[in-house]
Design a protein around this ligand. Sequence first.
Ligand code: C6P
Length: 404
Amino acid sequence: MFNVQDIRKDFPILSRKVNGKPLVYFDNAATSQTPKQVIDAIADYYSNYNANIHRGVHTLSQEATDLYEQSREKIRAHFNAQFTHEIIFTSGTTHGINLVANGFSALLKKDDEIIVSALEHHSNIVPWQMLCDCTGAILKVIPMNEEGELLMDEFDKLLSENTKLVFVNHISNALGTINPIEYIIEKAHAVGAAVLIDGAQSCPHIKPDVQKLDVDFYVASAHKMCGPTGVGMLYGKEEWLKKLPPYQGGGEMIAEVTFEKTTYADLPHKFEAGTPNICGGIVFGTAIDYMNQIGFDAIANYENELLQYATKKLLEIEGLKIYGTSKHKTSVISFNLDGIHPYDVGTILDKMGIAVRTGHHCAQPIMDFYKIPGTVRASFAFYNTKEEIDALVEGVKKAKMMLS
Ligand code: C6P
């Protein structure tokens, strides 16, 4: 049974005060909060297992290696990858995307085409621009409508035999739109293009099945799903990971090194040069266990309730406009008050203990589309409550009064 008050007891930070007021944390799309199960697992690792992995014959090193590899298997099971070696530990979504982009620099040629969408985070735009700069490939963009939805008719028109790669986020961080990735993957594959899905914003709400999706690459960050910062995962189909060259050279990713020639380690180690975030990798698995124990269906249902409630309440405020009004969206509300800068609203909300994000949310093209400098973004997680939304609504009303 989903009981939000019981769940809140798992998150120590939710009982602290900010500026003398109870913290209302609505910046979950930036990073989620950490349950004590994960905090305890971090302490347990450093108290009992801390050692470098894949290197030592000593017991600590072997135990840490086992925990790390068990976590990789947990991640495989969660995303339903076929093989554990298709899961690469990264430092986060950005790292995963750059790893793939770098790999494709060896496979693309001039005038090959790459498609991204108008809803992308900068980390799913800039690496592809850099890739185009060095290969002569061409970047094309799926446009969006006022509701913040991608135009699939336009996507169909962009596809051709020149399309080699398609990169789209599963859920927009700035607007919350859930993109039709099943359609995108099917159509891209029909012209022989590979697809990378940026799951940074979907993984806190949805349990993706990479085999069912038949996606080529899927990336995520642990810190958006109750885990720590500095760790994430890249799923890649075995055939693609074998084709891509390594991203970084160093320890761990080699089979044999001489000054004449180096051979590379098998997957997944080929892409994991250097000492990784060992503790982070291990407790990523703990965070996934925690979320699965609550259940992704229960999470999605409850967050949708929060989204509907907050949307209705916020729209009762005159002069408030919500950006991103697709029927298919997660618990993100991006909004502005008529004639008031989002930064000012965010600053006043902070004085009331309410944490929201303001600005372009690393998605400047979306703000350009709406011709605004940015928005106030409230993003809800399964540990938030309707009472907290009431506090937000009161806070926004107060901000409006003070700033009008
Ligand atoms: N978005 C937000 O406030 P990293 O920083 O590598 O963990 O994730 C980057 C990233 C990539 N794609 C999407 C869709 C994202 O939302 C993010 C991170 C945060 O919206 C911080 S900018």
